[in-house]
Write a protein that binds this ligand. Structure first.
Ligand code: 16G
Ligand code: ZN
Length: 533
């Protein structure tokens, strides 16, 4: 049973700083690492409580701040099957983090126990991992203190990518059942992906090398390891920006977020014309691809392009394999380029839904399709197969060699694609597998549609919470009257579109705009920002 005196004693070593309000947001808690000690300690307690609540299933805890600067860190919880923490518990995380004294902390814990009918005598099991940030080891010690104060059993999974922690959590909880997701180890992860990749590209010749900017983060050692398991006879990966030791290099002028936001090559990746490049972010859950065209222009293939590529390939396989009952849909956010949405809806004729920013919204919506393809434009996403679709695909019988071949590749994809969360390493192999099957260059892939010029602007305001949106964040309802002004501006531009939303991860408001030309797009972004400011 829970020893509250023990928790109080442990908590005195992790006091909450005065005058800080913490919020468990879209990506958990994320901020300057030196402000996180008390938060991490308390998240440990919450993870243990949730494990007790869920019959001692393993909870996952990831210490990372993804693409944020190196001085930041963060922490988020992963539910037993690899999904994000259930939304109703986010509020508990916030309350624990903000209790000022040890007494208040214990009060909140007792309330969580009562409200959720938690059996205190149940065992708690928690698995945690961290990225390569220098602040990681100290934070992990605070996390352990929190976990142990509640008597939790722990598995330290070491330095991992965020998706590897999701994979591990799901594997631990499905081990020995018919839903087993794989061997709960890092090696199990590589073997599963490598074997699936080999099957997916079976019989097709290798394509040119892929240069991968790993943002000087955890993706670098992990990608090298994965590539070793796949074998360079079928995939040639050249790892760049792999310096995880020199302070200050993580995410600095490199990585998926930098490349997507700045629309330019990362530092340390001078790829020549025609060579193929990709960038991961700091915890390897996002990926974008790119190349430099003959005329020297930088061409980005972002999450929208990945979604279109993946959806079209899966749809073709489903058709050829003759499992036609299986319906494919795509989930996007308001940040999806207008050309991408148009291409999917009107050219490919795939159902497309638009949801609010944040993986939990996309993931949830994607489970409504037999095969749900979800990607944020920033490169985070995956393809989800429903249990029924998996059953249909695994039990389908085929009559022709062509059918059999398609079925084999489709089955390989169900293992290749991380079903728990968007995973840059798994997504990289997915894209490579499709390009190998089609024998396509990045330029071939890029032909499907041309992105409208777009611009994302950060606006610092005195209170971003006064901005309230609806319609998947595409329409503002507050401040009253602002949306009408935005609409009036947008109406003046050909193919114009713009929306305003408060960030879930930074104290800013984001303004997105797109229009037919670069000049018009920038002008629209500038004018809408003027309305917000
Ligand atoms: C978080 C989200 C990401 C989203 C981003 C938007 C997760 C795991 N991550 O990083 O999906 O794109 O926030 O940030 O949900 P913003 O609200 O600051 O624009
Ligand atoms: Zn990330």
């Amino acid at each position: 049973s829970i020893n509250y005196d023990q928790i109080k004693e442990a908590a005195t070593h992790h006091p909450k700083p005065q005058d800080i309000k913490y919020t468990y947001g879209t990506a958990g808690f994320r901020m300057r690492a030196d402000l996180l000690d008390s938060v991490v300690f308390r998240v440990g307690i919450l993870a243990a409580l949730r494990s007790k609540k869920l019959d001692s299933k393993f909870l996952g805890v990831m210490v990372t701040a993804s693409h944020n600067p190196e001085r930041d860190n963060g922490i988020k919880l992963v539910d037993p099957y690899g999904d994000m923490l259930e939304q109703s518990w986010e509020e508990y995380a916030t309350q624990l983090a903000n209790s000022q004294t040890e007494d208040e902390l214990v009060e909140v814990i007792k309330r969580i126990v009562v409200e959720n009918n938690i059996d205190e005598t149940k065992e708690a099991n928690v698995v945690y991992a961290r990225d390569t940030r220098p602040s990681g080891p100290a934070l992990v010690m605070a996390l352990e203190d929190g976990l142990k104060s509640v008597g939790s059993e722990v598995i330290d999974f070491g330095i991992k990518t965020t998706p590897q922690l999701h994979y591990m959590t799901c594997c631990l909880n499905t081990k020995g059942t018919e839903k087993s997701y794989g061997d709960p180890s890092e090696l199990g992860y590589y073997k599963k992906l490598a074997e699936a990749f080999r099957k997916a590209v079976d019989g097709k010749p290798r394509i040119s090398a892929l240069y991968v900017d790993c943002a000087n983060g955890v993706g670098a050692p992990k990608l090298s390891e994965l590539a070793r398991h796949v074998g360079d006879d079928i995939l040639e990966v050249i790892v760049a920006n792999d310096d995880t030791r020199t302070q200050g290099k993580l995410n600095h002028l490199c990585g998926a977020d930098y490349v997507k936001t700045c629309q330019r090559l990362p530092l340390g990746m001078d790829i020549e014309k025609g060579k193929r490049g990709a960038s991961l972010d700091g915890d390897a859950d996002r990926i974008v691809f790119y190349f430099v065209d003959e005329d020297g222009t930088f061409k980005l293939l972002d999450g929208d392009k990945i979604a279109a590529l993946a959806a079209s390939f899966v749809i073709d396989l489903v058709k050829t394999a003759g499992v036609e009952g299986v319906k494919v849909g795509v989930v996007q956010t308001a940040y999806a380029n207008g050309s991408a949405t148009n291409y999917l809806k009107n050219v490919m004729k795939v159902p497309v839904s638009c949801v609010s920013t944040g993986v939990k919204h996309l993931h949830h919506e994607a489970t409504k399709y037999d095969i749900g393809v979800y990607f944020e434009a920033n490169g985070h996403g995956t393809v989800l197969f429903s249990p029924e679709a998996l059953k249909t695909i695994s039990s389908a019988k085929c009559e022709t060699a062509e059918q059999e071949d398609a079925l084999k590749r489709l089955r390989a994809l169900t293992d290749l694609i991380n079903q728990t969360v968007g995973d840059a390493l798994s997504d990289m192999l997915l894209v490579e597998a499709i390009l190998v099957n089609k024998q396509w260059t990045l330029k071939d892939w890029d032909q499907a549609y041309t992105d409208l010029p777009s611009r994302l602007v950060k606006v610092v305001v005195s209170d971003r919470h006064i901005f309230k949106g609806t319609n998947a964040e595409r329409t503002l309802i507050e401040p009253v009257g602002l949306q009408e002004k935005i609409d009036a501006l947008v109406g003046k531009y050909k193919d114009g579109r713009s929306f305003v939303r408060p960030s879930g991860t930074e104290d800013v408001v984001r303004v997105y705009a797109e229009a037919a030309t670069r000049e018009e797009c920038d002008e629209l972004a500038y004018k809408v920002s003027g309305l917000v400011y």
